[in-house]
Design a protein. Structure first.
Length: 119
């Protein structure tokens, strides 16, 4: 059965990212890429560096502030790389990651950011 156009059948809501949210490998300090979309349980990473499927990563990125005058929210959390596929741009890879190690404050910040109206 095919889903109707525009339907969303994922387990958790996702928010598309306007602008650039850079993602850094917290263990090496190297830039991995940028967030494509984000949920409170994972992300689509648009990687500019090679990634290893089924690997565990410690990621660092900052959620942009939704309110004027608010500060971005820096996060550092564990993630499991579930899949990757070549992107349309040369040298880029799409990668699906599931968050595995985040504290309650980080989980709450992600949940609130994902569910907030995009500005």
């Amino acid at each position: 059965m095919t889903a109707p156009a525009g339907s969303e059948y994922r387990r958790t809501p996702r928010r598309q990212v306007a602008g650039v949210i850079e993602v850094v490998d917290a263990m090496t300090g190297q830039r991995l890429g940028r967030v494509g979309n984000l949920s409170d349980s994972g992300m689509l990473l648009i990687a500019g560096a090679p990634v290893v499927e089924d690997a565990l990563y410690q990621l660092r990125f900052a959620l942009p502030a939704d309110a004027p005058g608010a500060a971005p929210r820096a996060l550092e959390l564990g993630a499991h790389l579930l899949w990757s596929a070549a992107a349309n741009a040369p040298g880029q890879v799409w990668a699906g990651l599931r968050f595995i190690a985040l504290d309650e404050a980080q989980a709450r910040a992600l949940r609130e950011w994902v569910r907030a109206p995009a500005g």
